[in-house]
Design a protein around this ligand. Structure first.
Ligand code: MN
Length: 235
């Protein structure tokens, strides 16, 4: 099993966590010995209306500001006084996966990881063609970019109920398309995530109602951040 890294997020989380600790000191609150700083809710990498018209500002505002933030708030409460306090997000995800008595921790940590990854997987003016390194690997695995898009959309749309569609890479470097249910992550299958699409209804219902396929195809064609996916090949 490889170590999954999130170069941009890890640093951002650390800086926010450090700032939160300083704020506590600033108001004269005693710092508990070995108390871990809370995990920060990641900042959106763009404005809430940056994904319009594919995903409306109201959807992004509620999705990021309430759903995503809710998972962060929940996890920060759940870890207090446990062995998971102060562990990295990915460590919490991997150490709680598949453990029935750790389901709430896994669900919240997994959803934070997945949403952190989702916002970075999108950008206004995205879509189009991936860069050469990623395009070559896509051709190797799926025959052509057109075939890849078809399979990625069909697999993602076909997730029954809430979940995620992923472009991921196995330990031999081969690209795979997988779907995961609820808060599940690709890393527990030995896969490194490259790009994701959220297909929980909260991700698209205000804009597309029950037309999940329209949402997924529009995201792939107009919002996919292939530079992010390509960076993840080597991250
Ligand atoms: Mn979501």
């Amino acid at each position: 099993m490889f170590e999954t890294t999130r170069p941009t997020l890890t640093r951002r989380h650390f800086l926010h966590a450090a700032a939160a600790g300083s704020a506590l000191l600033g108001v004269g609150m005693p710092m508990l010995a070995r108390a871990a700083a809370p995990l920060a809710h990641m900042k959106l990498p763009y404005a809430e209306n940056a994904l319009e018209p594919v995903i409306g500002a109201q959807t992004v505002g509620i999705h990021w500001g309430r759903h995503h933030k809710g998972y962060v708030d929940n996890l920060n409460k759940l870890v207090v006084g446990t062995e998971f306090e102060g562990k990295s997000l990915v460590q919490v995800v991997m150490d709680t996966a598949g453990k029935a008595d750790k389901q709430a921790l896994f669900n919240n940590a997994g959803q934070i990881f997945n949403h952190d990854f989702y916002w970075q997987s999108l950008k206004g003016g995205g879509g189009g063609q991936p860069g050469a390194a990623l395009a070559r690997k896509i051709d190797e695995a799926f025959g052509s970019f057109a075939e890849f898009k078809k399979t990625f959309a069909a697999t993602t749309v076909g997730q029954f109920g809430s979940g995620w569609g992923w472009l991921a890479m196995d330990t031999s470097g081969k690209l795979k398309i997988v779907k995961t249910g609820n808060a599940e992550v690709p890393m527990t299958q030995g896969l490194k995530p490259l790009l994701t699409i959220d297909v929980w209804e909260h991700a698209y219902y205000l804009d597309y109602q029950n037309r999940r396929a329209d949402y997924v195809n529009a995201v792939i064609d107009k919002l996919a951040n292939w530079e992010f996916a390509e960076r993840n090949l080597g991250a």
